[in-house]
Ligand binder design. Structure first.
Ligand SMILES: Nc1ncnc2c1ncn2[C@@H]1O[C@H](COP(=O)(O)OP(=O)(O)OP(=O)(O)O)[C@@H](O)[C@H]1O
Ligand SMILES: [Mg+2]
Length: 287
């Protein structure tokens, strides 16, 4: 049997500068507290794919999320971003096996016990503020033998959770950890979010909810609980005096260090040896 080498040119999609710095932080851990729709899931799909493209046959790469429906979002998006012929998706196992033999798994953190046992070479924990603590512990063990890198991303959600504590540790300068905050204004400035849409959310949502979801500012858990007991129309709790004016309207894309190319090689048994159809395995911002 002949084994031909196949070469695929990978073109990194355009990230905005803060998004790139957060996700492609060189440190082993990057903890990212971010606004909703700031582009954390999309960018981490790209990051994990790049790690897997550098991987070897049989190596495992994990995407974990609080429940399987959330992991499926990334599973679907990653498949849609890859050209046909460069991967095989297993719809029951929720895996994508790349042409180089690396396997990307999309898992639920619902049952921590099911996460023990594997050696994982790179990992993303999505929606970390909603991810169970014991599942985080299990996930961390899978990176022990490999010393694999991890991106931990989520909205801010109160202070009494492991993600908040880890973010504070990263923020206070743990040498192995990067800490990043992406707020709605960053995504607006990059042209990813629309300023008017953010203002509408600010108008409609309770102030503390808006601050967590769009400004990545944690509310006090006690305050959150008592506020939720005081039910009432959201608009009444949205005080104009607390509005911020820092949301810009620029639509220009900040490209930063994005767009660089890298080439990934892989040995594909019995492949035609031709160049892969579609020059860009990651086709950018779909879904
Ligand atoms: N750099 C970018 N340029 C253009 N569009 C982008 C960029 N990054 C992300 N997007 C788009 O922005 C939208 C939101 O991205 P994504 O789902 O990754 O955000 P998120 O921060 O994970 O949101 P959520 O809070 O819902 O989890 C998607 O449609 C995505 O394709
Ligand atoms: Mg997301």
């Amino acid at each position: 049997m002949t084994v031909e080498e196949r070469q695929i040119e990978f073109e990194r999609p355009v990230y905005y500068a803060k998004q790139f710095d957060a996700v492609f932080d060189k440190r082993r851990y990057s903890v990212i507290e971010a606004s909703t729709k700031a582009g954390k899931t999309s960018a981490c799909i790209g990051w994990l794919l790049e790690r897997a493209l550098e991987g070897k046959p049989g190596q495992n790469f994990w995407w974990v999320a609080p429940v399987s429906d959330q992991a499926l979002i990334a599973f679907t998006r990653m498949q849609r971003s890859l050209p046909r012929g460069t991967f095989v998706a297993h719809l029951n196992l929720h895996t994508i096996t790349l042409f180089n033999g690396a396997v990307i798994w999309f898992k639920s953190g619902d049952r921590a016990d099911s996460l023990y046992g594997e050696d994982v070479f790179a990992c993303v924990v999505d929606e970390a503020s909603r991810f169970k603590q014991d599942a985080w512990h299990a996930t961390r063990t899978t990176l022990t033998a490999t010393r694999g890198p991890i991106r931990i991303i989520g909205n801010v959600r109160g202070r009494k959770n492991w993600f908040y504590a880890l973010a504070r540790r990263a923020e206070h300068g743990d040498p192995d950890m990067g800490y990043h905050r992406l707020i709605a204004a960053d995504a607006v400035a990059a042209g990813v979010l629309d300023a008017a849409e953010i203002e509408d959310a600010r108008r409609l949502l309770p102030d503390r909810v808006f601050r967590e979801l769009y400004l990545a500012e944690a509310s006090d858990d006690e305050a959150t609980r008592s506020a939720s007991m005081r039910s009432g129309p959201a608009l009444l709790r949205c005080r104009a005096s607390r509005r911020r004016s820092g949301v810009g309207t620029s639509r220009s894309l900040t490209t930063g260090r994005s767009g660089s190319r890298s080439t990934s090689r892989g040995a594909a048994a019995g492949s035609s040896g031709s160049r892969c159809p579609g020059r860009r395995p990651w086709r950018g911002w779909r879904g």
